[in-house]
Design a protein around this ligand. Structure first.
Ligand SMILES: *Cc1c(COP(=O)(O)O)cnc(C)c1O
Length: 377
């Protein structure tokens, strides 16, 4: 029997760092510093250094990070927030939760990220924030987005849940880490993300001291000093055990991302020039850390391919099957006619293949052969 193929192989990854992780977790348990212990401060400082950003504010998960970011911007009900229609629900959900108006805009067919022209068309006097999502591990066009935002006095909150460790490459060749280009960046440490903990976790980034103060206060019950609450906040913390795990995994992040890139190159080489497969486009303005390796399958064959892979117990994922503008939870909030042709096409064509730091050509060949076999029928 050949080994079972996994979408994400956290178990092999853990075994390679088990001795380090086990000691760190035990240390937290023995210290009983479960909440805001030293491991949280160490990880925060190390992540600030890695990202080259002034402030990292750890929190409980990526959805909270987005919510806290929007809460810090002094928005009014019905202020508009521009967000891509092709993303995970959390990006738009927090906008609705805060009684703001999500304005869903279409994405690019090539890199799946928010379209600059669509942003320009969607801006009104009520637009207060743009939330680009660095989908599947590759940055949105941040230079263009920041220049629109500057000219209109709009905030930019990056949803960096899928791209931690990616480099944004400016036109002059300068580089910055994804998530630290906008006014605020948000990420998730959900186990399957590129930097994942062993439970839930998240963080918010900013270079702005004043925003950092607000974000910290909101994440901690709106508290300015103990038992003095200046604003309505939330309770959102990264726990000490998760921080200890993340602090170890952060040291391996670049290597994990390189393994993903290598696996993506291998997939690319086997799918290149196939008439019914479009392999992931590599944008000039970003490195790609392949949170997902996502193909477009042409000629309405995607669903058949998915069923064929299921039959062979080869995991695959459809991220995302339904455009946000067609989700019941959002239809009543959308105050404009919505036809988002690129998102609608992508929802029918995309399929994500197994992608993680522990892949090798032997495993990938089984996946690749199955895909090619189905498409040759
Ligand atoms: C995972 C993810 C989130 C939410 O993160 P959680 O930690 O699960 O709350 C938000 N946005 C995107 C794009 C994501 O992939």
């Amino acid at each position: 029997m050949s080994e079972k193929i996994q979408m994400v192989d956290l178990s092999t990854q853990y075994k390679k760092i088990k001795s380090e992780i086990d000691i760190a977790v035990l240390q937290v348990i023995e210290s009983c510093a479960f909440i805001n212990g030293p491991s949280v401060q160490h990880f925060r400082t190390n992540l600030e250094q890695y990202l080259d950003v002034k402030h990292v504010i750890p929190c409980a998960n990526g959805t909270d990070a987005l919510q806290i970011a929007l809460m810090a911007l002094d928005l009014q009900p019905s202020d508009e927030v521009i967000v891509p229609s092709f993303t995970y629900v959390a990006t738009a959900e927090v906008i609705g939760l805060l009684r703001l108006t999500p304005v869903l805009v279409d994405v690019n067919l090539d890199d799946f990220n928010i379209s600059i022209n669509e942003i320009k068309e969607a801006i009104t006097d009520k637009t207060k924030v743009i939330v680009p999502v660095h989908l599947f591990g590759q940055c949105a066009q941040m230079e263009e987005i920041m220049s629109i935002a500057r000219s209109k006095g709009i905030y930019v909150v990056e949803d960096n849940a899928q791209a931690i460790g990616a480099d944004f490459i400016f036109k002059d060749g300068a580089r910055k880490k994804s998530g630290v280009i906008g006014h605020i960046g948000c990420t998730s440490f959900f186990p399957s993300k590129n930097l994942g903990c062993y439970g839930d976790g998240g963080a918010i980034f900013t270079d702005d001291d004043e925003l950092a103060g607000k974000l910290r206060m909101i994440a901690n019950h709106g508290q300015s000093k103990q038992y003095y609450h200046d604003v309505i906040g939330v309770n959102s913390r990264l726990d000490s055990i998760q921080a200890a795990i993340l602090d170890i995994k952060l040291k391996h992040l670049d290597q994990y991302n390189q393994s993903r890139q290598k696996a993506a190159d291998y997939y690319d080489s086997k799918f290149a020039n196939h008439s019914e497969i479009i392999t992931p486009v590599r944008a000039k303005h970003s490195t790609h850390v392949f949170h997902q390796y996502t193909l477009r399958i042409l000629n309405d064959k995607r669903d058949g391919l998915k069923a064929f892979l299921d039959l062979l117990s080869i995991p695959s994922g459809i991220y995302y099957p339904v455009p946000l503008n067609e989700q019941k939870a959002f239809t009543h909030m959308l105050n404009r006619a919505h036809h988002l042709p690129v998102t609608e096409t992508l929802c029918k064509e995309v399929i994500s293949l197994p992608m993680h730091s522990e892949l090798n050509p032997a495993i990938q060949d089984r996946i690749i052969n199955a895909v090619l076999e189905f498409l040759s029928k």
